[in-house]
Design a protein around this ligand. Sequence first.
Ligand code: MRU
Length: 335
Amino acid sequence: MIWAETIKWCGDYAKLIDQRKLPHEEVYLDIRTAEDMYAAIKNMTIRGAPAIGVAAGYGIALAALNSKNKKSLEEKIALIESTRPTAHNLFYAVNRMRKLVEKDTVDASAFVAEAIKIHEEDKRLSDLLGENGSKLIKDNSLYMTICNAGALATGGIGTALAVFYKAKEEGKDITVFVPETRPILQGARLTTWELKKNGIKSVLIVDSAISHILKTENVSGIFTGADRIARNGDTANKIGTYSLSLSAKENSVPFYVVAPSTTFDLTLKGGKDIPIEERSKEEVTEFMGLPTAPIDIAVKNPAFDVTPHKLISGIVTEKGIIYPPFEANMGVIQC
Ligand code: MRU
């Protein structure tokens, strides 16, 4: 049920829906060079960990199409790799593409084929996440998510939102509470728009209403995406997810993470080793170019936080649902 593709490959260039303009304008941008793709990932024209991985693959394919030698290709790969430090899917895709840099001459067609393969695989992973996660969804029930973990954030139908899409396909009637997700408003701008397009009822709330809603409404579960999952199950996701998980625990609401194996970083023992991206102060002191705080104020703007594994009820993967103790049950993930 994909209504608009986040990223399309057009033979020798890519098209991206410009997520900065949503929900009011549906505009596609042509991405013709690795530098274009670098800028698009960095400025969040495209975002969401799996989509960043797919975009990185195509960015490197573009680098291969435009590079005359291995040195220039390697420089462009390093540029793409420097975009978003928390999203593990970026490093997963870059590592796969980098394996093709072996000979002195660059075989661009091999890079294009690998990038398309990463994209196709991500589509399939989304479907499986949805199928596995929808088993946790009850008919006539309320759910909550955070940020945007839907079709816009992946090469397919999403991660957390894929669960809702599959549940709807199975005939379940659900309503999803969507926190705005400051400062970039992925919830307000992207998730409500996506759910509406796909016929799923959503209710937009301000981030600071989360605990009140969990206390006063009969929410059956929370489903979030992930940017990186460590070996013990600690999960980095959009800033605010940790607070959401604490409130879920306090209010006895099950808290599920939905992520493909490409988001797992089993080299990391726990969440304290996950690098957390810091973004610009202007994201906090301005909104759409208008000042909302004194311009000279000190700002800290972490884009992600880490939810400790003890607050997570289960992790939905393409291979099934992993329940605690996560470290002991991680065996199904081989990335
Ligand atoms: O900063 P963003 O918009 O890239 O952050 C996105 C998220 O935190 C998502 O929840 C995560 O990447 C999973 S998307 C399927």
